[in-house]
Design a binder for this molecule. Structure first.
Ligand SMILES: Cc1cc2nc3c(=O)[nH]c(=O)nc-3n(C[C@H](O)[C@H](O)[C@H](O)COP(=O)(O)OP(=O)(O)OC[C@H]3O[C@@H](n4cnc5c(N)ncnc54)[C@H](O)[C@@H]3O)c2cc1C
Length: 316
């Protein structure tokens, strides 16, 4: 989406939450930014940026990740088109783009840039000696390199920048002293848990929310967490959260009923689909012997990125 306006994904991929609950149902959506949680107050509440207080009997934290600037869409929907125009403009005007990090985001971005701008030089700078990380088997990790190279992408392994370059530049030096000619460097690594507004008592040193298998926080029976922010050894993906949600829903109901939460999250198998431009990509499902999926399966996903399905879940 940040590479080109061609498919106008922004027209369908962003959804308001106003139809989340059925008309006449008991749910309401209140929009606001939570800046603190008063978990020990006589009336427990979340505190909003505008000074409002929202009392709760059970609270679910699901505030997601903080991403590098170009992937961090503004909270204000009115600023999204400016954000997209800014980054699309930067990519369009750059001659040579360096992507820092050879994970799924870096690979997909390299695929998109070479799709829309085949004349641009794209380099991936990756700390490891193989793309992706050790969550995935070597046969899957190695499959991306020839596909990207065939699109003209240069991949530099085992190196990094000590500091992200700032301002205007035409070349940058890596830690190992390699000079890369580039006029745009984009970090693509390291989504961080978006939990800075929470008490440290809820968090690990890395900022994830400490949870029990019931997805209750370790600190409070009536505060739950789900999604990217939980301290659980799994790749952070929307696909995982479909498994968190039923556990949280059942256990929230138990807390409200005054009974013992009994649903437990046991983790799930890893799976991923990584597109390489519009024509395909490679996927992996960690079941049986570990199944690598080819272009046609990836195309089933990438032809609409499952946006229509997501829209229907939000009653759109
Ligand atoms: C480029 C990219 C590609 C990806 N591709 C895939 C993919 O193909 N498949 C996949 O499964 N996953 C993918 N992911 C990961 C996926 O997007 C995340 O795992 C998922 O969105 C996390 O869901 P979440 O509900 O935890 O958080 P989010 O989806 O980030 O939702 C968090 C919500 O909380 C709100 N919020 C945050 N802070 C506050 C606050 N203080 N007060 C009130 N509201 C707040 C935010 O505005 C947001 O609406 C991708 C991520 C990126 C960056």
């Amino acid at each position: 989406m940040i590479t080109s306006a061609e498919d106008e994904l922004e027209k369908t991929a962003f959804l308001p939450l106003d139809r989340l609950f059925a008309p006449g149902g008991i749910g309401t959506v209140k929009q606001g930014k939570v800046v603190a949680v008063e978990a020990d107050a006589p009336t427990k509440a979340v505190i909003l940026e505008d000074g409002g207080r929202l009392a709760y009997d059970a609270l679910v934290l699901a505030t997601g990740s903080v991403w590098p600037e170009q992937l961090q869409f503004p909270d204000d929907p009115l600023r999204v088109s400016d954000h997209l125009a800014h980054w699309r403009g930067k990519i369009a005007s750059a001659k040579s783009i360096t992507l820092v990090g050879g994970g799924p985001v870096g690979i997909e971005l390299a695929g998109e840039i070479t799709e829309f701008y085949p004349e641009k030089k794209v380099t991936i700078l990756h700390r490891g000696d193989m793309l992706l990380n050790s969550t995935y088997p070597d046969k899957f990790r190695k499959a991306f390199e020839p596909r990207l190279k065939a699109r003209g992408v240069e991949i530099i392994f085992g190196d990094c920048f000590d500091q992200m370059p700032e301002g205007m530049y035409t070349s940058v030096k890596t830690r190992k002293g390699k000079e890369i000619e580039t006029d745009l460097v984009l970090p693509t690594f390291g989504g961080k848990p978006n939990t800075s507004f929470l008490s440290p008592s809820l968090l690990t040193s890395g900022g994830h929310v400490k949870v029990r298998p019931t997805l209750q926080t370790t600190a409070y029976d009536d505060i739950f967490a789900a999604g990217d922010i939980i301290d659980w050894n799994e790749r952070k993906q929307a696909a995982k959260h479909l498994r968190h949600a039923p556990v949280v829903a059942q256990n929230v109901q138990a807390v409200l009923d005054g009974s013992e939460p009994s649903a437990v999250y046991k983790g799930t198998f890893e799976s991923i689909i990584i597109t390489i431009g519009k024509s395909g990509g490679i996927g992996y499902v960690d079941i049986l012997w570990g199944i690598v999926l080819g272009d046609w399966v990836v195309r089933l996903f990438s032809r609409d990125f499952m946006i229509p399905r997501a829209r229907s879940l939000y009653n759109y």
